[in-house]
Design a protein around this ligand. Structure first.
Ligand code: SRM
Ligand code: SF4
Length: 665
């Protein structure tokens, strides 16, 4: 099944191809109309230009805060870096920092895929920004568009753990293997000069050019992608057994490093078919977790990656972009048919997936030994936004540290930053900079904040329905206040928020996910796991921003009453199910005595009070009685003092009273 340059990568279809296929085909491997329109004295690109520019790593946006009816939009551009595994050398960081001040909105944003974004660049400044990044060890090629995106890897820079070193190395190699080969990028942004890039592994180059079973197009500028690139974006990660810092189940393709007892690489377990983007009210679009596909020996790994890419390239849906990701192909075909097609490109049978340990999420914040005598420091960056604001001077601190100590950094999939290769003698001074600049240590941050993520949404994202990054700090504060009010001051769980259903901050993997669904309203998802190993479920379509407390209170009370000892919020919601929580919410009346004159107190009418055991599946008939506020408050205080749930104390008190009366009679 060898492809030639005259063949298209598109499986034959009678249906009309999507508009995007036309843009790609007409672009002459990503050159036009970007090259021509860049030279024009305009503030923005045409639709074709906008689409092709994405492949170069830039989105045309407008500042939505500045929209005025009847006036031209306030056009600006976002640039996204492509840096496998989140690696940012010091020279690149200082360049990005400077560019964001000179040409951007003075902030940098660490993304959920370990890249940086600069927002707010004007069209006339695009070339200088692109060329500065490229000349300073960076790239934006393929950070966006229908091709392989930034390859993720666990950010921990352990030097004494071979599996971590291998994961990083293979993330780089897969990124190289699938990097677009078109000359367009350097022609447009560097006037044809080739950038000095790190040496590519010769094995990767050979693998890209090897034409096994139709995986590549011969005599084409793009051997793997052809003229039409992929049907849609394609996302990969490489990780080590047990480390789910990369949110493995949400990726199109993931490799898990398998080593022998001596720490030598043997091969990889392969997952495929994850993806989160969906559209409200379109059931045919959905978030999906990746399937276990196979094991592959190390010498065959590039052939296998190419075989999976070729399967999606040739059979992914190019007629409907909402149905074009690999997850839909695998879902429609089933894993067996998908594997059979992959085997045709791979040229041999797929081997059986090897057992893996449980996945754990890790954020690597704080100071750590990296295994070679040096240290790394994980710094929490709220929603990835690197900025200076009031007394909080994160941007200043990072600039000072990188300038003074020439240390590289690794961006994490959780929008945080690790600086590494720190000599122990510099630790004290670096910590002093951090403290002086008002940056909190990981233990001083509310864990609700530490484990939360939000996408940028307003004002830069053209697809946002609601706010996200700008409102999540307030929402987390409100959740904390509510938890305190409900007697759960220490409780925390993974909260993620996006301004629309595309899922950029991976809300469908969170324990509590907010997804913008209408102006100032969010769809709420419950039941993801603390380690992001299963999908959450939609619970409510449109929860008003102002009514969050009233909405969340009964859910939290249900959790408090029904949890098993040590059970997390997401695990609880998943165990009892959405219907159980809905039922509880329907029967619930607020215990919020601060605002009401009387309080509805719930009493369980079974003779066994099993709240402490928290068996949410036990059948209990719940009834309500009202008590005056001051009595409720006294009960609450006493319950807290005795460490009992209020309901239990109320039941004990009432039954003691009734017993007393009976005895008197
Ligand atoms: Fe995303 C589109 C931001 C990770 C799913 N994403 C966008 C755009 C470019 C909006 C647009 O198309 O005009 C957003 C730019 C906002 C802005 O102003 O900066 C945007 N996505 C982001 C980032 C910056 C969010 C963040 O908080 O960090 C992340 C950049 C990652 C990177 O460095 O490459 C980002 N986006 C994701 C993820 C998470 C991931 O990859 O792990 C997802 C869900 C996983 C997935 O792809 O299934 C994601 N973004 C989308 C989608 C829906 C794709 C789909 O299959 O339906 C879109 C819309 C689209 O592609 O049409 C989108
Ligand atoms: Fe924009 Fe939606 Fe992605 Fe948020 S989730 S950045 S609103 S596309």
């Amino acid at each position: 099944m060898t492809q030639t340059s005259t063949q298209t990568p598109i499986a034959s279809t009678d249906r009309k191809l999507s508009k995007a296929e036309g843009w790609k085909k007409r672009s002459n491997n990503l050159r036009e109309p970007v090259a021509t329109e860049l030279l024009q004295d305009t503030t923005h690109f045409t639709e074709d230009g906008v689409q092709i520019l994405k492949f170069h790593g830039s989105y045309q946006q407008d500042n939505r805060d500045n929209r005025v009816k009847g006036q031209e939009k306030d056009f600006q551009f976002m640039l996204r870096t492509r840096n496998p595994g989140g690696f940012i050398p010091p020279q690149l960081y200082l360049t990005l920092d400077r560019l964001s001040e000179e040409y951007g909105n003075s902030t940098l944003r660490a993304t959920t895929r370990q890249g940086f974004q600069i927002h707010g660049i004007l069209k006339k400044n695009l070339k200088v920004v692109f060329s500065s990044i490229i000349k300073n060890m960076g790239s934006t090629l393929g950070a966006c568009g229908d091709l392989n995106r930034n390859v993720m890897a666990p950010p921990a820079p352990y030097k004494n753990r071979p599996e971590y070193i291998l994961a990083r190395q293979y993330a780089d190699n897969i990124a190289d293997l699938l990097t677009p080969q078109t000359g367009a990028y350097y022609e447009i942004w560097l006037d044809g000069e080739k950038a000095i890039t790190a040496e590519e592994d010769p094995a990767v180059k050979a693998a890209r050019e090897k034409n096994s079973n139709g995986t590549i197009f011969t005599e084409q500028e793009e051997p793997i992608y052809g003229t039409q690139y992929m049907p849609r974006k394609f996302k990969c990660s490489v990780t080590v057994p047990g480390d789910n810092s990369i949110d493995l189940y949400s990726q199109d393709l993931s490799l898990v490093v398998i080593t022998n007892a001596a720490g030598e690489l043997e091969g990889f377990d392969v997952f495929a078919g994850g993806g989160l983007g969906r559209t409200h009210n379109k059931e045919e679009t959905f978030a999906r977790v990746a399937d276990e596909i196979c094991y592959v020996a190390k010498e065959d790994v590039y052939d296998l990656v190419k075989a999976i890419v070729a399967t999606q390239r040739d059979y992914g849906d190019r007629t409907e972009r909402r149905h074009a990701r690999l997850k839909y192909l695998i879902n429609d075909w089933g894993v067996d048919r998908f594997c059979a097609k992959v085997e045709e490109y791979f040229g041999k049978k797929l081997a059986t997936f090897k057992p893996l340990p449980e996945w754990k999420y890790q954020d690597f914040l704080g100071w750590h030994e990296q295994g070679d005598g040096k240290l790394f420091l994980g710094i929490s960056v709220e929603n990835g936004r690197v900025k200076d604001e009031g007394e909080f001077l994160l941007k200043t601190a990072l600039r000072e540290i990188v300038q003074k100590y020439d240390v590289p950094m690794l961006l994490t999939p959780h929008q945080n930053i690790l600086i590494y290769d720190v000599s122990p003698e510099n630790r004290k001074e670096i910590q002093e900079i951090i403290d002086r600049c008002g940056i909190k240590s990981e233990t001083a941050i509310d864990p609700l904040v530490r484990y939360a993520m939000a996408c940028p949404a307003m004002p830069t994202c053209g697809l946002a329905i609601t706010e996200s990054e700008r409102v999540i700090p307030g929402i987390l504060e409100r959740i904390r206040t509510l938890l305190e009010k409900l007697g759960m001051p220490e409780e925390h769980f993974v909260v993620r928020m996006t301004g629309c259903p595309n899922g950029c901050a991976r809300p469908y993997m969170a324990e509590l996910g907010f997804v913008g669904s209408a102006p100032e309203a969010y769809q709420v998802w419950l039941g993801g796991s603390p380690d992001q190993t299963r999908l959450a479920k939609p619970f409510e379509e449109k929860v008003p921003f102002n009514g969050l407390e009233a909405f969340l209170e009964p859910i939290f009370v249900c959790f408090k009453q029904g949890r098993i000892l040590g059970e997390s919020f997401g695990d609880f919601c998943d165990r009892v199910g959405m219907e159980f929580i809905r039922q509880f919410v329907t029967n619930y009346q607020s215990t919020g005595s601060m605002t009401t004159e009387t309080t509805e107190l719930e009493v369980t009418s079974s003779n066994e009070n099993n709240e402490e055991k928290g068996s949410a599946t036990a059948t209990k008939v719940r009834r309500r009685i009202s008590v005056r506020d001051e009595i409720y408050n006294e009960l609450k205080d006493e319950a807290a003092r005795q460490g009992k749930p209020i309901t239990q104390l109320a039941t004990e008190a009432i039954s003691a009273y009734l017993k007393q009366i009976k005895e008197k009679e």
